[in-house]
Structure formats: C-alpha cells, structure tokens
Design a protein around this ligand. Structure first.
Ligand code: AMP
Length: 224
C-alpha cells in the first residue's frame, strides 16, 4: 500500500498519519524527520539543508527529490510506504509521479486533510503543553480539548496541573504564515501538488475541522 498524506500545519496530519501507518503497517516516511536526523548527525545533506530549514524555506528540490526517491527504494519500502511532507510543491509532485510510473509502482491513495488557513493558525497558536505530560492535549481554541478552569486558574484538562506553557515556534506568526503560504499556494505550492494527483489517483479528502476521533473515523471509513 503506497499512500501520500497532506494537511497544513495545525490540521492534525501527524496524529492521523500515525493512525494510518498503524493500519497498514508500512513505514511512515516524514521528510522533516529525515532532515532533522541528518542535521543532528551533521551529515553533508544535513549541513546543506539546515540554513533553508532555519529560514522556514523549502530545501531545494535538487536535494529533496533524490533524497526521497532513494529512500523509497530501501528494503523496508518493498511492501509500501506512507509518505508525509513530500511532495510539498508541484515540481516534487511531478518528479514523484514520473519516478513511480517509471518503476511501475502504483500510488494507492492520496489523503488530504482539509482545514482553512485561519483555523489552522489558531490551532497552532492555541496549543498548550502540560509540564507533567506532553501527550495531554490542551488547546485554548478547540472546545473538545480546552484546558479546564479551576479556582480562577487555567489547568491541564487531563491531570489538572497548573503548569501549561506554549512552544515558542507555535507563537511565531511570521513562521506560521510562511509555512502556510507554501501549503495553501494552489499555483505551485503544496495544494498545487494535491490537485495534480486528483485526476491521476484516488484522493481521499477529510474534514480536518472535526476532533481527532471523528477525523480518523471518517478517514478509516473512506480507506476501507
Ligand atoms: P516539517 O517537519 O514537515 O514541518 O519539515 C521541516 C522543514 O523541512 C520544512 O520547513 C522545510 O524546510 C523542510 N522540508 C520538509 N519537507 C520538505 C520538502 N518536501 N521539500 C523541501 N523542504 C522540505
């Protein structure tokens, strides 16, 4: 099973990706993770990619495209893959499609998590981290996971701890806007890549404005 997953930052793509990965038992290949691993190991690829990533720009296609196409040839991908974070623009989409055609590899599904730009931004900025456990979901803008109010204080909705904080990059509106600018660009950006696949393979669109459980239920129904 070969799958692509798309969704703007803030759409819950990471969470849904993990659920899909579990369903099919295929490797979850995340471009951002591969870059970060290369940066921390100080590989030549990591050194080249770092400056772009630090500026919130895409790493150039001549670095990213071969890196991913080679990754898909590794042994663990023989039975399929879930690709997350690639393609991120139209050029990458075309390169992936022609590489798959050449190798006669079928692209089974493209998953698109839809969420409007304002809501995606609010979701990122509303995220609150619980000091006791980062997996306790709290978001001041999502009713289903809103932190609780207790004796005039905002506390973690799971454990009641008062120590809720924000992640610095979640509050960086410039960085969020830059990333979303690339994602929502229908001419050459990520949405252009999604649209490219619409008349080539099965694109499954889900409404990302719902809660995690509802989104995953809709997704599983459509994937079945
Ligand atoms: P992510 O963790 O997916 O948000 O990726 C982190 C950063 O890695 C992005 O902001 C880009 O700088 C870079 N990156 C990830 N995927 C790609 C891609 N497909 N093409 C170019 N750069 C990418």
């Amino acid at each position: 099973m070969n799958i692509l997953i798309f969704g703007p930052n803030g759409s819950g793509k990471g969470t849904q990706g993990a659920i899909v990965q579990k369903k099919y038992g295929v490797p979850h290949i995340e471009t951002g993770v591969i870059f970060r691993q290369n940066i921390s190991k100080k590989t030549p690829l990591g050194e080249k990619a770092k400056a772009y990533i630090d500026r919130g720009e895409l790493v150039p296609d001549d670095i990213t495209i071969p890196m991913i196409l080679n990754r898909l040839k590794e042994d663990d991908c023989a039975k399929g893959w879930l690709l997350d974070g690639f393609p991120r623009n139209l050029v990458q989409a075309e390169a992936l499609w022609s590489a798959l055609e050449k190798e006669k590899i079928n692209l089974d599904y493209v998953i698109e998590i839809n969420l409007d730009r304002d809501t995606a931004k609010k979701r990122i900025m509303g995220r609150r981290l619980c000091k006791m456990d980062n997996n306790h979901p709290n978001n001041i803008y999502i009713d289903a996971i809103k932190p609780h109010e207790h004796e005039g204080k905002t506390v973690c909705r799971v454990c009641g701890c008062e120590d809720l904080s924000t992640r610095a990059d979640d509050q960086d509106t410039g960085a969020i806007d830059k990333r979303h600018g690339i994602y929502y660009d229908t001419k050459t950006g990520t949405l252009a890549a999604v649209n490219y696949f619409k008349d080539r393979t099965k694109v499954i669109a889900v409404d990302g404005s719902k809660g995690v459980k509802e989104v995953s239920e809709e997704l599983m129904k459509k994937l079945a």
